[in-house]
Write a protein that binds this ligand. Structure first.
Ligand SMILES: [Zn+2]
Length: 299
């Protein structure tokens, strides 16, 4: 059963709950003639707490609804061949909306899901993940076509309608497998920034051991010592031009002690510390002295 709410018109503040079988739902979504779209009732693909039509009163989202109604970027009303093969068997309902025209196609796609999504999750990544699925279905970058304002959980959508005499409504129903809600959760996870592997300093110099402190400071302050460090450690150096135009000499290509990759490591000869530039997945940095101890150069 599909569970959702409807309101009689856009001023109706009290959503009414209903649930229908897929076939009854499809039948209720057949386009009706209307003088203006405001004469048509609306549905809210959500379960609400009964306290009125507000975003904070939405408990669950029960269906994905995608609105294609941009005046700038068009996506034609689809036929079954337009949908990528891996998605062609899922259940969906597409229909043209009141203001559609040959030149500016406007339509809506409803995709029922196996399990309702808590509104809080919908707001925190669920909507974006659902729109991404739509993008995958049509092999498009969904961000170019979809308006962010549709994210509101209490958003209401007009039932299908068309102007009297002039309208030529289109609909495309597909009764197949219901989209697994886990597909949405999977994409929420994929979009989260990757966890960075934590690293500890390679070495902590003994307190009060003057020779260690002196060496550490020398490697922090003295380019000649840093250059010698690279030489002693077998690290190649080269000069590079930075974005701001400055020329810098760097040591590069050593194995990162944290992530073990060597394609993004660097040491500025005139700079501080050694670094791994895989910022999103590693981001390691430590002093040359600690690196030297770690490599057995000083003990
Ligand atoms: Zn690394």
């Amino acid at each position: 059963m599909y569970e959702y709410n409807y309101i009689l018109n856009k001023y109706d503040k009290q959503p009414k709950f209903t649930s229908r079988s897929p076939q009854d739902f499809g039948a209720s979504m057949v386009s009706r003639q209307a003088r203006k779209k405001e004469d048509v009732p609306l549905f809210i693909p959500a379960i609400m707490d009964g306290k009125g039509r507000k975003n904070e009163n939405v408990e669950y989202i029960t269906m994905i609804v995608v609105d294609i109604d941009s005046d700038i970027r068009f996506l034609g009303f689809p036929n079954k061949n337009r949908i990528r093969p891996e998605w062609e068997n899922i259940t969906y309902f597409c229909y043209t909306t009141f203001n559609t025209s040959q030149r500016t196609p406007k339509w809506r796609m409803i995709i029922p899901i196996t399990e309702n999504i808590p509104a809080a999750i919908w707001m925190k990544g669920g909507w974006d993940a659902s729109m991404k699925i739509f993008g995958e279905m049509f092999s498009i970058n969904e961000k170019e076509f979809i308006d962010k304002s549709c994210k509101n959980p209490a958003r209401a959508y007009y039932y299908p309608s068309h102007p009297i005499h002039t309208g030529e409504p289109k609909q495309l129903w597909n009764y197949g497998k219901i989209l697994e809600t886990s597909e949405i959760y999977k994409r929420i996870e994929e979009r989260k920034p990757k966890k960075i592997k934590k690293y500890k300093p390679l070495y902590t110099p003994k307190r009060g051991k003057d020779s260690e402190i002196a060496k550490k400071i020398e490697l922090e302050k003295c380019p000649a010592a840093r250059k010698q460090f690279c030489k002693d450690a077998g690290i190649d150096t080269k000069t590079i031009q930075s974005n701001d135009g400055s020329i810098n000499e760097v040591g590069y290509g050593f194995t990162c002690p944290n992530c073990r990759r060597s394609d993004a490591t660097f040491i500025y000869i005139d700079g501080v510390n050694a670094h791994c530039n895989h910022r999103n997945t590693c981001g390691w940095s430590d002093s040359l002295y600690n690196l030297g101890v770690y490599w057995g150069m000083y003990r």
